[in-house]
Design a protein around this ligand. Sequence first.
Ligand code: GAL
Length: 754
Amino acid sequence: MASTRSPTSSSAATRATSRRTAMQQGPGVMAACDVWMNGARVGGHVGGYTPFSIELTGLLGTGGANRLVVRVDSTERADVPPFGHVIDYLCYGGIYREVLLRVQEDTFIADVFARPRWEPDAPWSLALDVEVDVGRGLPLSTANGLSLRCVLRDGSRVVGSTEAPLPGPSKTCTLLLEGLEGLRSWELDSPALHDVTVELLRDGAVLDGVTKRVGFRRAEFTPDGFFLNGRRTQLVGLNRHQSFPYVGYAMPARAQRRDALILKEELGVNIVRTSHYPQATQFLDACDELGLLVFEELPGWQHIGNDEWKANARLAVDEMIRRDRSHASVVLWGVRINESKDDHDFYLDTGTLARRLDPTRQTAGVRDFAGSELLEDVYTFNDFSHAGGSHVLKRPRDVTRTRRAVPYLVTEYNGHMFPTKRFDNEERLMEHALRHLRVLDTAAGMPGLAGVIGWCAFDYNTHKDFGSGDRICYHGVSDMFRIPKYAAAVYASQRPFETGPVLEAASIFAKGERQAARLLPIYVFTNCDDIVLFRGGERLGVYQPAFKEYPHVSHPPVIVRELVGDRLPAAQFGPRDRAIIRRLLAQVLTKGFEAFTWLEKLQFGLLLVRHRMSMADAEALVGRYGIGWGSKDESFELVGRRNGKEVVRRRYGADAHADRLSIAADDPELSAGDWDATRVVVKLEDQYGNIFPFAPEVIDLSVSGPATAMGPSRLALIGGCAAFWVRSKGEPGAIEVRVRGSRLDAGALTIMVH
Ligand code: GAL
C-alpha cells in the first residue's frame, strides 16, 4: 500500500495551537532498539521487520541542536522472533530502513484501512469501507468542527466521495463509499489500482491527509483451488528472502521493486511468499502494481519461544497486518511460525488477531509435518518429498488428514534437497531445473491444489548450520545477484507466449562438460510451439515439446535426444523405420548402446536384417547422425516458432570462446535526492552472445561521479558473470562505471542521476 501523507496546509499550520512531532520508523530496526530525545528516553521497539512510531512532542527544543539517540540491539535475542534457536537465514543488524520525522497537527490521521468490497458475480455490490483511526493529543471537546473527507479516484477521475463529521469520543470512524461505478478490477494481467485519499478537516481546512492505494478484487482459497475474481487460478510462485550481497537488507526502493519485476516478468510467477517475515513495503508496492500475489508471514523459523517471545511474535503479526492490509497483492496472512510444531493457544491467538485486524483475508500457517492442527483457513505445507525420483508431491489428503477437504497450498519444495550453484556443472544445473519442472507439472495435474511456491527465488546468506560452508544457501533458481540458473528458465518458459518468447537451452553445447561426453539430451525451456534445430548450418528438423513426459504444464520443454531430425532419406527408410532409428539413436546418444533393453536390441537386429546393414553400416549411421570428433562446424541454431513462424533464435557452439566482456545496468537513470541503487551485470560472452562460464577472469571496476560501488572493486567472474550495485549519493550528475578484465575491456557505461 503506498501511503502518502499530504503536508499540513500552511493556513492550518499557522492557526494551530499545538503541533506534534514524531519519529516514524520505516520497516526495520534489527532487532530491537531504545530511543532517547535530548537525554530523555522516549520509547523503543522489539522486532526487526515492522514499523513503529515514537512521540517526540514537547521534547524538541528550538534554537539549538536536538539529539535523537537510537541504541540498537543487533544481537539474536532469545525473546525476539525469529531468534531463540537456529535459523536458516541472516537477519542483518542495524537501522536498515528510512526514518521520517513527522510534524503534524495535534489531531491527525493515525491509520487508514481501505477495504474494497467487490463480488465478481454481484457487481452492484461495489463499495469501499474506509476505517480511519484518528490520533488525538487534545481533549475530546476539540473534536468539535472536525470532519473526515474521503475521495476514491481512478487516475484523476473521482469515482466516489463522502464526508462525515468525526464522531465525538470514538477514535475510529468508518466511512462508506457505495454505488461506485465503472471501476476496473485488480487482475494479474491488468492490476488496476485506485487512490483513496482521506483528509481530516477542521472547519473546512485540511489538517492531515493520507492516501492509500487499493485494488478491487476477490481472492479466495477453497478446497477446489485458488480463485481470483471468481476464476480458478493455478498458483506458481517462489519464496523470496529480501537480502542482497554485501548489504543484507539495506537496499533502497529501486532494488526492492526490481525483485518484484524479476519475479513477475522474468520468472513469470504469479505469487511470492515473503519468507519468513514482512518485507520492504516498496517490494509490496511493486507487487500491487505488477499483479504479483503475496503470501506474507510473521518472522520465525521452526522455533517457538517463551511467553515473552510469543508476545513479541503477536506484536509482529499486529504490526505486519496494520502496515500491509490495504495492499491488493497480499492474499494470505501467515500467522504461524514457519515449520513450527503445533501450539493450540498461541496459534488460536495469532489467527484470531489476524481475523480481527483484517476480516477480508484468509490465514495460513506453514508446516512441515502431516496431520497438524488446522486453525487457519489454508493448510500450507512444505513438501520436500521430491528427491529426484518418480515421487514428486504428497497427496493433500495424506498431509492434512482432515475429514473434510480443505484449501491446500504447497509453500516450499526443492531447496536443500538439491543445492545448486549457478557455476555448477551442466548436468547438476539441468537436474535442478528438472526437479522444479517435475513439481510444476505434477502440481498442475492435481485437482484442488491451489498451487506451489518453490524454494526459492534467490540464493541467500545464512548461518553456519546451513549452506555450502561459505554461509550461502544455493537454493535459488537465480543466484544472490539475481542472475538466473537454468531452473529460472523452467518458470520463465511457462509465461504465456503473448508476454514474449522464451527459449533457453540448458546446455553450453560442449560435450566434454557432460558425463561420458554425452551431449544429449538437451532440454530447451521454451514457450514456443516448436523449435527448428540447425547444426553447422544444416537444418536437422522440427522438434516438438515433450507433451507426453510433461502433460500438465502449459509449456513442456523440447527435449533434443537425437540429431537425426527429419534427415533420414525417405527413399531408404519408411516412416516406421525412420521413427525406430530416431528412437534407437536417441537411446545410444543419451544413455549408450549398453543401455538398450532386450526389445530395443531386437528392434535393432531386425532393422539391420531388413536393410541388409552390417554393424559397420550401423556405426556409420551413428557417426553421420550422432556426435563425433572433428566436425568442422559444431554450431547449433535453435529457432523458436509460433504458428510456424520464427519468433526467436539462439546460437550455441562447441567452438565457443571468450569473445567479449559485456556490461549493462538495470537502469539508465537514478533519482537524485535520496540514495538510490542499480545493478550492473558484467558477462564474459562467447561469439554467440551466451555466457562463457568457465574462464576465471578477474575484473576491476571503477565508479566516478556521484556514486560508489557496493562491494569490492576487484571481482572474479564466477560462472562467467559478476554483478554489483552502484549506489548514488543523492546528488545529481553523471555516473561512469568502467570495467576492465585482465584480457578484455568491457568499456564504460553512464548512468544519469536526476
Ligand atoms: C525449509 C525452510 C526454509 C529453508 C528451506 C531450505 O525447511 O522453511 O527456510 O531453510 O528449508 O530448503
